[in-house]
Ligand binder design. Structure first.
Ligand code: LLP
Length: 430
């Protein structure tokens, strides 16, 4: 029999697909990329990113809305460049991200700075280049930001991140809008915090924001959070403090394993209906999507090094590891894993745990996967565009992977593989 083993269905998007029995990203064969550039290798589709962005743009057609890509999801320069050239702003969380986004050509006026622990140096750096808004997460931060702005002879545009206490129904490590989380200002303290902000000389109140979590697959938590935030806008404006923009954060999930999040345009059609009904439809809107713009635009290619049958488990040992793909180890996350060139069904497929070379039992990429593979085969870990490369480390002195951006039939090397020397280049002997 020569029928290839049918791989798992790919998460729903057309830019990464099998053609004539081999996996391609747009017009480029992944087997060619693995051969030329080696593995582990991240490969991204520019068309997939722009199509994910397009769903948001359609959703906001006719509105005053700024999409600020949450660059923590994937902060590689060429990825930022794609979104900057498409008109996006950026949501940043550190001075490092600020430097990156400027290096990629981002417009400072479209940058918003989130995060609970901004340092004075980061505030100053952001003020001096004229960023669009600081999303402030505590009253203490308001005081420090005002001092930094006054001493620089500037005024900081601020929005307060409110914690709407809504359950996003996602993994506890990535839910951020509940009372027990470190993020945002409690709903009941919000008015006081806004009065405080309005009284400080170095600040100019411009907005309000929230972000309730990540990998959200339902619409209801967004609708609930919107209601809570709009209630607050009403209270704050009644106290004489105008709110120019409303920022609803990011968080929309993607299909990793049969997940069915709403499409961005469908989600926003429902949210805008509510916004209109409550009389806020003409406000300046902002959102901070990360994962939903890049997650399913990327794959990580990895080579099978060894097959190791065992009494309880069969292991498929590959050359990518938890330092390249930290999500399974950190959140028990599921990524589909498929062969780049499925083998004809000559032998029986087997159930494997797919694991990396790192010396930790937690170093697994997929568990109990049915595969027909041999050493030397290339596998593709899917949905690897978000929170993989940006969370990669050098654990076990493993250099970080190379990255390719595919645009049609062109494959651009956008990051070289890190050498062992690169990993210790900043160290010195005593
Ligand atoms: N805005 C703020 C303030 C955030 O904290 C985040 C993500 C986003 C926007 C973007 O959320 P997204 O649209 O990507 O869901 N490493 C985890 C995800 C951590 C998300 C942290 N904050 C993972 O791999 O699942």
């Amino acid at each position: 029999m020569n029928t290839p083993v049918v791989p798992h269905a790919l998460p729903g998007q057309p830019h990464i697909a099998y053609q004539n029995g081999t996996l391609m990203v747009e017009g480029v064969h992944l087997s060619d990329l693995a051969r030329v550039h080696g593995t582990p290798l991240f490969v991204y589709s520019k068309a997939a990113m722009l199509s994910a962005l397009g769903a948001y743009q359609r959703g906001f057609a006719g509105r005053q809305a700024q999409i600020c890509y949450a660059m923590k999801a994937n902060s590689s320069l060429a990825v930022l460049q794609v979104f900057a050239e498409a008109g996006c702003g950026f949501d940043i969380v550190s001075g490092g991200e600020l430097a990156r986004v400027l290096a990629a050509g981002g417009d400072p006026a479209k940058i918003i700075f989130s995060g609970v622990g901004k340092t004075r140096a980061e505030m100053k750096q952001a003020l001096q280049i004229g960023i669009g808004c600081f999303n402030v997460e505590s009253e203490a931060e308001l005081d420090v930001l005002s001092q930094v702005a006054v001493s620089a002879g500037l005024q900081a545009p601020v929005s307060l991140r409110v914690n709407p206490n809504v359950d996003p129904k996602t993994h506890p490590y990535i839910s951020t809008g509940l009372k027990g989380n470190k993020f945002g200002i409690a709903h009941e303290d919000t008015l006081r915090a806004y009065r405080h902000a309005a009284s400080l000389p170095g600040l100019k109140v411009v907005g309000i924001d929230c972000h309730i979590g990540s990998q959200i697959t339902e619409t209801t938590p967004y609708l609930d959070a919107m209601d809570r935030v709009l209630d607050l806008v009403g209270e704050i404006e009644s106290a004489g403090i105008p709110i120019h923009h409303i920022d609803f954060g990011g968080g929309l999930g993607i299909n990793y394993n049969g997940d069915t999040p709403p499409e961005a345009d469908a989600l926003w059609s429902q949210l805008l209906t509510k916004l209109d009904a409550r009389g806020y439809g003409q406000r300046q809107l902002m959102i901070e999507p990360g994962r939903s713009l890049v997650g399913n635009a990327g794959v990580c290619l990895t080579e099978v090094l060894y097959l190791k049958p065992g009494e309880q488990k069969n292991f498929c040992i590959v050359d990518a590891a938890m330092n390249d793909l930290p999500r399974p180890a950190m959140y028990q996350a599921f990524h589909q894993i498929v062969p780049v060139s499925p083998r004809p069904n000559a032998g029986a497929s087997q159930v494997y745990d797919i694991v990396g070379p790192v010396c930790e039992s937690g170093d697994w990429i997929g568990r109990d996967r049915q595969l027909l593979v041999q050493a030397g085969d290339t596998l593709a870990v899917l949905s690897a565009g978000a929170y993989c490369m940006s969370m990669a480390s050098n654990y076990n002195t493993r250099g970080r992977a190379a990255e390719i951006l595919v645009d049609g039939t062109q494959a651009h090397l956008i990051r070289q593989r890190e050498s062992a020397f690169d990993t210790f280049a900043l160290e010195q002997l005593v």
